[in-house]
Design a protein around this ligand. Structure first.
Ligand code: 5U1
Length: 706
């Protein structure tokens, strides 16, 4: 393998082949050394191969592979790309669907900042490109890293691939020493069509839409394939920076453009919701002629200082929103209604459709929400669709909006078969035969079988191993179903005892159909790796009703550790307790979610399952973003009285961003009281308890904003 041929005399084809061989051998050696603790090459052999790889890449930089061993630190992840932790998280956007949502967005921002209607507030509106986000990191003007968004915190290293895209400059002049440029990779309509024609002629896989084509092209292990794909890039944001780009969003975008990035020509400043919506309508009329897919318009507060003050909630900024275009529609026949039982026992009706293309994607299933929706009623008994019910055999209108599950919107009564019967929603769980009950005020009928219902148990397990939860490589929905069916796992804790039970002995994982020595070893290693896990993921993985991914992260940041979290939720059972008040004081946690958490921890069987799980884990304390060196990180702060320089919401948001926990009531756990004019009983109690008290100016000085 370690050819002695001088790289400068090699043909491109030979170099390409040798680089592929080197990647295979070196990455396998990395894995054997780092992951399996079983080196298969001597250090000298390894170093010689690595040097050869570097020499070839220097001679043929455009042949550098996405899985190049040069870029690997430790073992390459099995899926092929190394992981990159974003220095500044890549946020996503919350969505707006109509003009009122935009007026509400403006109102929320004004309230948060304490701005009156009369005070000017400028926004920037720009098309939302339907592609995939990419972050490009430049150091001293050199492109050093390109990463996909991933889960927002950790993405995939696609540097070698990004270097092949002509819209991505590899060198910048007059740029800040550190600059992360963020934007969207996409494919134009004409390039997409040509690519699909070419793929079809070659007998290769074609793509459903330009976004899939762009994603599939960027995420190629062989950068030479990406080079042949016509990818484009629009810059619209930034991450880590050593110096600010500008004072406003609009000027920052102009600066990125000057630095050599393409920025969208339909970017405009708007004086308020009316102008924003007008620009949205204008873009909507031009949409078909743009030559690339957009799925809405993004609005951002223009002033970057205001953006900083507004900060973000969990994974979305308060200062931006995506105004989505209406969904795409199509008519088709509803063949059958099936009932699926979810992890919380919800019976969800699913429409099985004659496949139909909606906005470039073939749809054969769509949600029907719940029994009222099928009957043509809303959850208050009012009519929807003019009261028309939905029956098997009907012609129905299906729509898709962005990535959401397709929905059935309407029904054509003129095409209803004469023998179509009203749909009777089951009152018995189709999976376990337990009663399915509908509690007052709940739109959903639920199976009462709990963990004896195989559908609930297996869905809980699938949720547990899902991407935003434990994300265990090699343990997906299919494997969970098989292990559950064979009684190898029946609850999450069992996953962590799998190796003890099935690693050795008569019944071994490696002897199962579809498994071998290598895949079994890899799975056990992946499970072991996830024993150490972030608190937010653990909370989300529990699959508690109403507790989604962002709420789990909020809870993790608020409580900081598993013991603090579980103790607090246990104590919050008493509605008079300060723990209950503290839980409700978290911005983003309402009484429904709080009650659901408390209920889950109060149920003996469920709590015991959680305890068995946590015994297996090393739950990492939650990180507090932007709190490095913050004087209030980890402290419990209470605000009381009138604040004069910021609204209460802003004070709370800012304190949380700095890693503090903001509570609504004073107790022995309070570290600091910030008291404005008119402070009453809380200030008195703080004095009695000897708690440090500051006025607003003192607080601002403490956090470095005075
Ligand atoms: N045009 C545009 N798309 N887009 C997507 N701007 C924009 N900003 C985004 C995203 C996710 O995020 C900001 C929060 C930086």
């Amino acid at each position: 393998m370690s050819s002695k041929i001088d790289p400068s005399t090699l043909t491109r084809k030979d170099a390409e082949k040798e680089l592929a061989d080197l990647a295979r051998v070196l990455n396998a050696a990395n894995k054997a050394y780092h992951r399996d603790d079983a080196p298969d090459l001597s250090d000298a052999e390894y170093d010689a191969l690595k040097r050869r790889n570097v020499a070839l890449e220097e001679q043929f930089p455009y042949l550098k592979r996405a899985d190049s061993p040069t870029d690997q630190v430790g073992a390459i992840p099995a899926e092929g790309f190394s992981k990159v932790r974003h220095e500044v998280a890549m946020l996503s956007l919350s969505n707006a669907f109509d003009d009122d949502d935009i007026a509400d967005f403006d109102q929320r921002i004004r309230r948060y900042l304490g701005l009156s209607e009369e005070e000017a507030l400028r926004y920037v509106a720009e098309p939302k490109i339907d592609g995939l986000s990419l972050s490009l990191r430049y150091e001293m003007g050199e492109l050093v890293q390109a990463a996909t968004r991933g889960d927002g915190t950790t993405g995939e290293n696609v540097t070698a691939n990004a270097r092949t895209i002509s819209d991505v400059p590899t060198r910048l002049t007059d740029a800040p020493d550190i600059l992360e440029v963020r934007g969207e990779i996409y494919m134009s309509h004409s390039d997409f069509q040509a690519l699909n024609e070419h793929q079809a002629e070659a007998g290769d896989k074609t793509f459903a839409n330009p976004r899939n084509a762009a994603a599939g092209s960027l995420r190629q292990l062989d950068a030479a394939i990406t080079r042949r794909r016509p990818l484009r890039f629009f810059a619209y944001a930034w991450g880590a920076l050593s110096q600010p780009l500008a004072d406003t969003q609009l000027c920052a975008i102009a600066r990125l453009n000057q630095l050599g990035f393409r920025t969208n020509p339909l970017t405009r400043a708007c004086g308020g919701p009316k102008e924003m919506v007008a620009h949205y309508r204008k873009i909507e009329t031009q949409r078909a002629e743009l030559g690339y897919d957009i799925d809405g318009v993004v609005y951002k507060v223009d002033n970057l200082d205001l953006q900083r003050r507004l900060g973000f909630r969990s994974t979305t900024p308060r200062w931006a929103i995506a105004h989505k275009f209406p969904a795409e529609l199509a008519w088709t026949k509803l063949e059958r209604i099936d009932i699926q039982v979810g992890r919380t026992g919800a019976l969800s009706p699913v429409a099985r459709l004659v496949p139909v293309t909606v906005g470039g994607v073939v749809v054969s299933n769509a949600t029907l929400h719940n029994e009222d929706y099928i009957a043509g009623r809303d959850n208050k008994g009012g009519e929807i669709r003019g009261g028309k019910d939905i029956r098997e055999g009907d012609q129905v209108q299906v729509y898709r909006a962005g990535d959401v599950i397709p929905k059935v919107a309407d029904v054509d009564l003129t095409k209803r078969p004469v023998d179509a019967k009203p749909y009777v929603f089951p009152k018995i769980c189709p999976e376990c035969g337990s009663d399915a009950v509908r509690e007052a005020g709940d739109a959903v009928r639920r199976c009462t079988g709990g963990m004896i219902c195989p559908a609930q148990a297996v869905e809980k397990l699938k949720h547990f191993v899902g991407r935003a939860a434990f994300d265990i490589e090699g343990l997906g929905a299919k494997q969970v179903e098989q292990f559950y069916a064979d009684k190898w796992i029946s609850e999450p804790a069992d996953i962590f005892t799998l190796e003890d039970r099935y690693g050795t002995g008569l019944q071994q994982l490696k002897n199962r159909e579809g498994w071998g020595e290598k895949s079994a070893t890899n799975l056990f290693a992946a499970i072991t790796e996830k024993r150490s896990i972030e608190l937010g993921r653990v909370i989300f993985a529990l699959g508690i009703r109403h507790v989604g991914e962002s709420a789990s992260n909020l809870l993790a940041r608020h409580y900081g550790s598993w013991s603090a979290f579980s103790e607090a939720i246990g104590s919050a059972q008493d509605p008079e307790s300060s723990a209950w008040g503290d839980l409700l004081s978290i911005d983003g946690v309402g009484s429904v979610m709080a009650q659901s958490l408390v209920n889950a921890f109060a149920q003996e069987a469920e709590r015991a399952g959680i305890d068995r799980l946590v015994e297996q884990l090393d739950v990492q304390s939650a990180e507090r973003p932007q709190s490095d060196g913050s004087p209030v990180a980890g402290k419990t702060v209470v605000f009381t009285g009138t604040l004069e320089k910021m609204t209460r919401a802003e004070a709370k948001g800012r304190a949380e961003a700095l890693g503090a926990k903001v509570s609504g009531s004073v107790s022995a756990k309070t570290d600091l009281l910030v008291a404005g004019p008119g402070a009453g009983s809380k200030a008195k109690k703080a004095t009695e308890l000897g708690i440090e008290t500051l006025d607003e100016n003192g607080w601002l000085t403490l956090i470095g904003e005075g």
